[in-house]
Design a binder for this molecule. Structure first.
Ligand code: SF4
Ligand code: SF4
Length: 127
């Protein structure tokens, strides 16, 4: 559970294993919608997944994405972002790094998880 100064609710980080443990329950704007059950979808996108219940609509991912993957949208009255152009993603991981509530998971194939690990670790000669 994350508690962010920018989040006035209890924000659950995205389940990074959702592509293997959740189900596709529909499509929206050309991408899959995933859910842990047959209930309404909770994560939008496969290459770039956004957990709608955690997104606080800060729009930082839109600001940093070099290929304009995200589009803002309203979910009930809340502002969230939709990975409407996920096919344009170049796996740079900028969105994951700026998201204050860990609402985004970029697909791990292509080495993004390893890239993230390398970006977050110090070289041996600096430790
Ligand atoms: S990984 Fe990079 S290119 Fe892909 S959606 Fe995030 S910011 Fe955009
Ligand atoms: S950076 Fe995270 S919280 Fe902010 S709009 Fe993007 S997905 Fe939502």
């Amino acid at each position: 559970m994350l508690y962010s100064a920018e989040c006035n609710k209890e924000c659950m980080p995205i389940n990074r294993d959702y592509r293997t443990s959740w189900h596709v329950v529909g499509t929206h704007n050309g991408h899959d919608v995933w859910s842990p059950s047959r209930e309404p979808g909770k994560i939008h996108g496969t290459t770039v997944g956004v957990h709608f219940e955690s997104c606080i609509g800060c729009l930082k991912c839109i600001e940093v994405c070099p290929t304009n993957v995200f589009e803002r949208m309203r979910l009930d009255s809340a502002l969230v972002v939709d990975p409407m152009r996920e096919s344009e993603c170049i796996l740079c991981l900028a969105c994951e790094m700026v998201c204050p509530v860990e609402a985004i998971a970029v697909v791990s194939s292509g080495g993004s998880d390893k890239t993230l690990d390398s970006l977050l670790s110090f070289p041996d000669d600096l430790t």
